[in-house]
Design a protein around this ligand. Sequence first.
Ligand SMILES: [Zn+2]
Length: 360
Amino acid sequence: MNNLILSLKYRPQSLNEIIGQKYTVNAIKNSLDMNYIHNIWLFSGSHGIGKTSIARILAKSLNCKIKISSKPCRKCNNCIEIEKNNFIDVIEIDGASKTKIEDIKDILENSKYPPIIGRYKIYIIDEVHMLSKYSFNAMLKILENPPKYIKFILATTEINKIPETILSRCLNFYLNKINIEEINKNIIRILKKEKIFFENEAILLLSNNSNGSMRDALNLVDQSIILGKKKILINDINKMLGIVNINISLKILEYIFYKKNETLINFINNIYIENVNWELFLLDIINILHKIYLFKFNIKINKDDKYYIYYKKIKNISKISSYNKIKLYYKILIKGRKNLYLAPNLKIGFEMIILEILTI
Ligand SMILES: [Zn+2]
């Protein structure tokens, strides 16, 4: 494996390589193939879900020497230079660093001149919401009457910060977070290509912690590859993410339901795991409580569920607990999770939630 960061090395180069975003990808394909090209495109949604990748592919599709197409050739000079981010008529601007009026004035000035090589002069403005009010006004001037050869492709994580006057002129696409299954599949595909050894459970855990962002997921994979020296193992990932073993979460619930208060307090104090992720720990306890409740309704745990191997213990707790107790504990835990980050530190927050349950 070379030293390239995975999220860069595997950045999608064609619309078919975009993970998730089926609706947006289809709409763009249709638009390109029907030659129905809007002047201003806006892609919004959280980070790492493909906005900039789509913007660059779109720029390539519009400027491929052969023709405007949803499948740019990737062989002509234009395509090659755009992929290298080196094409004179595709101007990429980072809104976060170019917020001043002068920056936008430059664009305004330059947009008078037609493209030099390409079919269109394309401005890709990333994090466009960061532009100042004055910059937006200056931009509006171009947008009100853009020359035929100008296209704008805007991307933002915060669409609510974009003025209505700009929004109303854009062809607007909202990109969704990518679902876990698709992230998981893509990671496995990449690791096989890179010939990296991995345990399936470890990859699933990474995918689950990617927050629906392909970039976050691949950054976690990069980190794991270094940590495990090209082996991605579940034990390493647990440690890396600060994830507490399910056994420990289960023990806490057992102590609560079997009313072993003192043992529980000692137990929590003695948990020593480096860099515990207390929120995930709390979530794990909430998840198990949910399983305990389901058992009350005779709903069993699926065999492919990660809690399945603990099902006997979970069933036993369910037998000795009442509906009301479970519901009450659940409420406290959910409310506690909401306030966890208000505590002086997360461990204290966690302890207080558990102590609140004990004092009922
Ligand atoms: Zn081409």
